[in-house]
Design a protein around this ligand. Structure first.
Ligand code: GDP
Ligand code: IMO
Ligand code: MG
Length: 435
C-alpha cells in the first residue's frame, strides 16, 4: 500500500510534518520533483529541522529515502544538508539514494535566474533564486548535467562544455573573474562529491521498482503545491516542475499503478510566497495577525508569506486534479480566537459568477471572491488529539470544507510536532490497502 502526500495550495502547507508523521508506517519515502526551493519543517524531540532536498523520512532510522530523477540538485547545498544530519548523529549512508538522472543545478542557473527575474522588472515571479527554473530549462534543452556524471567522473568534460557554451551565448563580458571563481568553486564541490556521494547515486528507478515488487511500502513526498505546478498551477507564477500527483510516476520512474492513495495537505487558511494571483489575500490586520501567529515566513528564503482566507474554489480544484482520498488539514490552531472566519465559496469576474477555478494567472488575478462568514472559536485547538476536543464552531468549519470539496478531512495537524495531531480515522483505516 503506497501513499502520496501532495500540497494542495501554493506550498508550505505542512507537508514536512505530515511526511515525518506518516513515515513510521512506511519502508521508503521518495521525493519526485523540485529541488532546494523546498523547505520542509520537521520537529524531532522538540528540535526544529528544515530539509530542502532530502526527503522528510530521513528522521526515521528504519526508512530508506529516495531523491528521484524528477528532482534538480544543488550539490553543495545537498552536502550541507548531509553535514547537518551528521551533526545531530543521524546515519544517512545506506539510507539515502539519489537518482543518477536527477539534474545538477549549476551557478549558471542561479545567474540566469537572477537576470531573468530582474528583466521582468515590476512583475517578477518572485522565485527562490536557487536556479530551479533554469536547471529544468537545461534538462528539457537536453544539455543538463546529471548526478550520475558527477559520480562517474564524466562531469569534467561536460562542465567545460557548459562553461564554453555560456561564454559563447552571453559573450566574454558574462565571464567575469567573479563568475569564473564561482565556477571553479563549483568544480571543487563536484570533485568532492564524486567520491563522497559515489555509493548513494544510483539508478533509483530500478531499485524502487524492485522494492515495490518485493512489497515495500512507499510514501511519495511532494514538494511545493498543486497551484505551483508548471502545467496545472497559476502559470506563469509557478515553479518549473510537476508538483501534483501526476508527477510521481515520471519523477521516480514507476508506473502510476503503484500509487494507491493520494492525500492532499492544506492549511486552514491560504499563504503564498512570491508573486501571482491570490484572490483571498488579506492586506489588513487579520492577515498580519495570521502571519505573525502562524510564523508565516519562508522556511527557505525567510520571506514573509502572503496570507489570506481559505479559498475553497482553489482547494476543490486541487482536490479534483489530484483526486485526493482525503484532506490533511494543518494550522487550524492559527485561526483560534478570531471572532469570525471566512471561506471563499465562489468567484465573480466582471460582475458575473465564474464556473470552477480559472487557474490561468491573468484570469485569476481579476476574480472577486464570494465569502461565507462562519463564527470563530475562542477556545484553543492547539495540540488537539481528537475530534471531540474541538469546539463546535471549529468542527462546523471543517465540515464545510468537507462538504464543499466532497473529500473527507482525515487528519488534523494541531501543532508542528508529531504528537500534535488528531486522527479522524485510525491510521490503519487511512493507510490500509485499497482492494
Ligand atoms: P512544507 O513546505 O509543506 O513542509 O511546510 P513548511 O515546513 O515550509 O511550513 C509549515 C510550517 O508550519 C512549519 O513551520 C511547521 O512547523 C508548521 N506547522 C505544521 N503544521 C502545523 C500546525 O498544525 N500548527 C502549527 N501552529 N504549525 C504547524
Ligand atoms: P515547499 O516544498 C512555497 C514558489 C516561489 C515562487 C515560485 C517559483 O516548501 O512547499 P522557484 O524558485 O521554484 O522557481 O519559485 O514558487 N515556491 C514555493 N513556495 N513553498 C515551496 O516549497 C516553494 N518552492 C517554490 O516562492 O513563487
Ligand atoms: Mg516549505
Amino acid at each position: 500500500m503506497n501513499v502520496a502526500v501532495v500540497g494542495l495550495q501554493w506550498g508550505d502547507e505542512g507537508k514536512g510534518k505530515v511526511v515525518d508523521l506518516l513515515a513510521e508506517h512506511f519502508d521508503i519515502v521518495a521525493r519526485y520533483q523540485g529541488g532546494h526551493n523546498a523547505g520542509h519543517t520537521v520537529y524531532r524531540d522538540g528540535r526544529k529541522f528544515v530539509v530542502h532536498h532530502i526527503p522528510a523520512g530521513i528522521f526515521h532510522p528504519h526508512v530508506q529515502n529516495v531523491m528521484g530523477n524528477g528532482m534538480v540538485i544543488d550539490v553543495e547545498a545537498l552536502l550541507g544538508e548531509i553535514a547537518d544530519l551528521e551533526a545531530i548523529g543521524l546515519a544517512w549512508r545506506g539510507r539515502l539514494w539519489v537518482s543518477d538522472r536527477a539534474h545538477v543545478i549549476t551557478p549558471i542557473h542561479r545567474w540566469l535566474e537572477a537576470q531573468e527575474e530582474d528583466f521582468r522588472g515590476h512583475c517578477p515571479i518572485g522565485t527562490t533564486r536557487r536556479g530551479i527554473g533554469p536547471a529544468y530549462e537545461d534538462k528539457y534543452g537536453r544539455r543538463g548535467l546529471l548526478m550520475g556524471q558527477v559520480t562517474d567522473g564524466t562531469w569534467r568534460s561536460h562542465v567545460k562544455w557548459l562553461w564554453d557554451r555560456y561564454v559563447r551565448t552571453f559573450g566574454p563580458a558574462a565571464a567575469s573573474p567573479e563568475r569564473r571563481a564561482e565556477w571553479d568553486r563549483f568544480q571543487a564541490v563536484l570533485e568532492r562529491a564524486e567520491t563522497y556521494l559515489a555509493d548513494c547515486v544510483t539508478q533509483t528507478d530500478i531499485w524502487l521498482r524492485d522494492r515495490l515488487r518485493q512489497g515495500a511500502r512507499v510514501l511519495f513526498e511532494g514538494a511545493q503545491g498543486t497551484l505551483l505546478d508548471v502545467d496545472h498551477g497559476t502559470y506563469p507564477f509557478v515553479t518549473s516542475s510537476h508538483c501534483s500527483a501526476g508527477g510521481i510516476s515520471i519523477g521516480l520512474g514507476i508506473s502510476p499503478r503503484w500509487v494507491h492513495r493520494v492525500f492532499g495537505v492544506s492549511k486552514a487558511y491560504c499563504t503564498r510566497v512570491g508573486a501571482g494571483p491570490f484572490p483571498t489575500e488579506l492586506h489588513d490586520e487579520v492577515g498580519q495577525s495570521i502571519r505573525e501567529r502562524g510564523a508565516e515566513y519562508g522556511a527557505t528564503t525567510g520571506r514573509p508569506r502572503r496570507c489570506g482566507w481559505l479559498d475553497l474554489v482553489a482547494l476543490k480544484y486541487a482536490c479534483d486534479l489530484n483526486d485526493v482520498d482525503g484532506i490533511i488539514l494543518t494550522k487550524l490552531d492559527i485561526l483560534d480566537g478570531l471572532p469570525r472566519v471566512r471561506l471563499c465559496v465562489g468567484y465573480t469576474l466582471d460582475g458575473w459568477p465564474v464556473e470552477g477555478c480559472p487557474v490561468r494567472a491573468d484570469l485569476l488575478m481579476r476574480v472577486q471572491p464570494i465569502y461565507e462568514d462562519w463564527p470563530g472559536w475562542p477556545e484553543s485547538t492547539y495540540g488537539a488529539a481528537c475530534l471531540d476536543y474541538l469546539p463546535e464552531a471549529a468542527r462546523a468549519y471543517i465540515r464545510r470544507i468537507e462538504e464543499y470539496t466532497g473529500r473527507p478531512v482525515v487528519l488534523l495537524s494541531s501543532g508542528p510536532q508529531r504528537h500534535e495531531t488528531a486522527w479522524f480515522h485510525s491510521p490503519d483505516e487511512i493507510l490500509r490497502p485499497v482492494l
